[in-house]
Design a protein around this ligand. Structure first.
Ligand code: ATP
Ligand code: ASP
Ligand code: MG
Length: 322
């Protein structure tokens, strides 16, 4: 996930040179068209568009975290109750798909106060947006097919509709429409080939096309087969860039959820709605994922730092007035 050269921290709007303003405006158009294109795809496939929330008692624990990457968790009290700023809307997606909205997506603002040193990856910002989607009775394969189709359509349309902008950014020829289906790698095979610590960075360098990685140990809400130890989850990696999406088939079995929450030493009291739904058999089998929008547009635009895709950059360790 590390960018090889250390990228410069993108500047606030009022400090941009005329050339940088031109570049920023081109990236802005890529962002607008990407949002329009992706939301159209999801709406056309029958997904409902939910508005996001930013304060909840329950948010993504982001734990276990192999990189120990979060510097600070934001929690405070309102109306006598503790709330946290949204790290991801995974819990809301599970409750919403199981009740009223069987296919949904949200453009969800996520706040993750990444360690300041992560500014140098060029792939982390402390406020970002996921196109977070979820569907009932879906498999990993269904998610792969949907995302591949969405990305192919997006890149084809951008190459057709935004030629001048992609030319200015030097990306018109380099940005290729990927071949489908994307390759699928099992994380254990990659560990054997590249080593346990290096597989992600090495694979990203070797990739020529986007690729799926499956079977990654992580949060309690991802499905784990207790018999085989295999996780039915996935990341999408982009060549020379890194991860742009994470998701999974979900865990909806009460006993397994409890076991995993206890194993991870996550606070059960923050997840009572989901636990209760699972206990009553009301948590449906779903699958979904979240696409990091600034990362996706950053890859398309060929930026060194994804904060370049933000009008108001949020690079770790850097707080601007706006
Ligand atoms: P990484 O390992 O790259 O730090 P992650 O696996 O911790 O990311 P997830 O929890 O999987 O991130 O978040 C879902 C998606 O949101 C990621 O695939 C990525 O596209 C995006 N994302 C996560 N963290 C950030 C961040 N700090 N800045 C920008 N986008 C992010
Ligand atoms: N959006 C992710 C998912 O759907 C959760 C995350 O943000 O890690 O699994
Ligand atoms: Mg991830």
């Amino acid at each position: 996930m590390l960018n090889q050269e250390q990228p410069e921290i993108p500047k606030p709007l009022d400090q941009l040179t005329p050339e940088e303003i031109t570049r920023k405006a081109c990236i802005g158009k890529l962002m607008t068209h990407t949002l329009k294109n992706l939301t159209d795809t999801y709406i056309n496939k029958g997904f409902q568009w939910l508005l996001p929330v930013v304060l909840s008692q329950s948010t993504d624990p982001l734990w276990p975290d192999p990189h120990l990457s979060i510097e600070k968790r934001i929690e405070f009290e309102i109306y006598g109750k503790p709330v946290r700023t949204t790290t991801s809307m995974i819990m809301h997606k599970l409750a919403a798909t199981s009740t009223v909205y069987p296919k949904l997506f949200i453009l969800s603002p996520n706040i993750r106060i990444e360690k300041a040193e992560r500014a140098k990856t060029g792939r982390h910002i402390y406020e970002f947006t996921q196109l977070d989607f979820e569907m009932v009775n879906a498999s990993s394969k269904d998610v792969f097919t949907l995302v591949e189709e969405a990305l192919i359509t997006l890149i084809k349309n951008l190459k057709q509709d935004l030629k001048p902008e992609l030319t200015t950014l030097g990306r018109l020829n380099d940005l290729k429409v990927p071949n489908t289906p994307f390759k699928i790698y099992d994380r254990t095979d990659l560990e054997t080939k590249y080593g346990v610590d290096n597989w992600e960075a090495d694979l990203i360098n070797d990739l020529k096309e986007p690729a799926w990685i499956t079977n990654i140990p992580r949060q309690f809400y991802d499905f784990e087969d207790f018999k085989t130890g295999r996780w039915d989850n996935y990341d999408l990696l982009l060549p020379q860039f890194g991860e742009v999406l994470s998701g999974s088939k979900r865990e909806n079995d009460y006993q397994k959820i409890i076991k995993k929450i206890e194993r991870d030493q996550v606070k059960k009291e923050n997840y009572m709605r989901i636990i209760e739904m699972a206990k009553d058999g009301r948590l449906k089998p779903t699958a979904g994922a979240g696409i990091g929008i600034e990362r996706l547009v950053g890859w398309i635009a060929g930026v060194k730092h994804i904060a370049e895709c933000q009008p108001f950059p949020r690079a770790p360790g850097n707080v601007n007035e706006l």
